[in-house]
Design a protein around this ligand. Structure first.
Ligand code: PLP
Length: 354
């Protein structure tokens, strides 16, 4: 096997670690000392470098700012009992990044660069991984177009950055979600399955309206008369109906969550039956009336599973009972967290240890 060469490191002059109160972390507030930066031009990725985290320079004409070639990933690393770090499902995140990049006419990032970039960066900033139960190091890989010109075109130049930062345990209070019947996050033939920046910008407005109506998030639908459920905000969505876990099948309007995939695998291991099929909003109302709708929850890297306590469907609101520790969403949360933190065997080979 060819060894990826050590990435050149420019160390920060003084670490900012001492400025961080690890008992008062907030999601997205602190960035670790270093970041990985790699430039693409002349049809190739140049030598990457690990440099102090800080401002970057680019021209105001950088194409990403105008025409939206900007994509990202969201991943996590955890501190293991022996002090080493485990990075969760590198290959799966890379796979998705490749599909996203291809959809946006952006050049693929070689797997070696992605994996070694992550490993070397996280090994260097290992002390930034919080050790408190439930906390982790959030990792944000980002690729965007940097070519400077006015014309509408596919950029010939890009920047790939990996930055990280410590985040606290994410135990969201149960969410109130509103079935969206006016706005769309993704459409047939669109970019919904790609993790691109524009999908987020386009989703804020509907979410803001839902907040004004007393909800936390929208439950995106296909806007068909049946209002088939797609996702919950920026998470995939699952329901427990009767004794089955039900989630919409992947499609071009659904982002393929790594957590979604992991949760499906864990359902198999826990002996929980799963159905991937279209879910009309009416079915949720009916199941609630019949008493068979037991749980609703979102899945994503930040929260793992995020319980949903209320679902607004047009004029009706479904209120779900509180979740006990035996609830499927709680069991899945524990099963995932145990693997991520090395407390349960990593039978699927999801962890990379550095
Ligand atoms: C990132 C994302 C998810 C969740 O993906 P994970 O890999 O599980 O974090 C779900 N939906 C959307 C729209 C997303 O951008």
């Amino acid at each position: 096997m060819i060894q990826f060469p050590p990435i050149p490191v420019e160390h920060c002059v003084s670490s900012r670690l001492a400025e961080v109160d690890f008992n008062q972390l907030e999601f997205g507030k602190y960035m670790s000392d270093h970041m990985l930066v790699c430039h693409y031009s002349g049809k190739e990725w140049k030598t990457p470098a690990i440099v102090p985290y800080g401002p970057i320079t680019m021209q105001p004409t950088a194409l990403a700012l105008h025409y939206g070639q900007s994509v990202f990933e969201g991943m996590k690393a955890f501190k293991l009992a022996d002090g080493r770090a485990s990075i969760f499902r590198i290959r799966k995140h890379w796979d998705r990044l490749q599909r996203t990049l291809a959809r946006m006419c952006m050049p693929p990032v070689p797997f070696d660069l992605f994996e070694e970039g992550l490993k070397q960066l996280i090994a260097l900033d290992r002390n930034w991984i919080p050790s408190a139960e439930g906390s982790s190091l959030y990792i944000r890989p980002l690729v965007f177009a940097t070519e400077d010109r006015f014309g509408v075109k596919v950029s010939d130049e890009y920047m790939f950055i990996i930055m990280t930062g410590p985040v606290p345990p994410f135990y969201p209070r149960p969410l109130r979600v509103k079935v969206e019947d006016t706005y769309s996050r993704a459409c047939k033939g669109g970019t919904g399955a790609a993790k691109c920046a524009g999908n987020y910008g386009g989703a804020f407005y509907a979410t803001q309206l839902a907040r004004e109506q007393g909800f936390d998030q929208v439950l995106w639908t296909d806007l068909s008369p049946e209002l088939h459920i797609e996702e919950s905000g920026t998470m995939n969505v699952f329901f427990v109906i009767g004794d089955k876990v039900v989630t919409p099948p992947l499609s071009e309007t659904i982002l393929e969550g790594v957590t979604r995939d992991s949760v499906l695998t864990l359902c198999g291991k826990l002996g929980i039956e799963v159905e991937q099929r279209p879910i009309p909003a009416m079915e949720l109302l009916r199941a609630h009336r019949d008493g068979t709708l037991r749980e609703a929850f979102g899945t994503g890297t930040a929260a793992v599973t995020a319980p949903i306590c209320a679902i607004g469907v047009r004029e009706a609101t479904i209120e779900l009972p509180d979740y006990s520790e035996d609830a499927v969403c709680k069991r899945l949360f524990r099963a995932m967290s145990d693997i991520q933190r090395g407390k349960a065997p990593d039978t699927e080979g999801w962890l990379t240890t550095v």
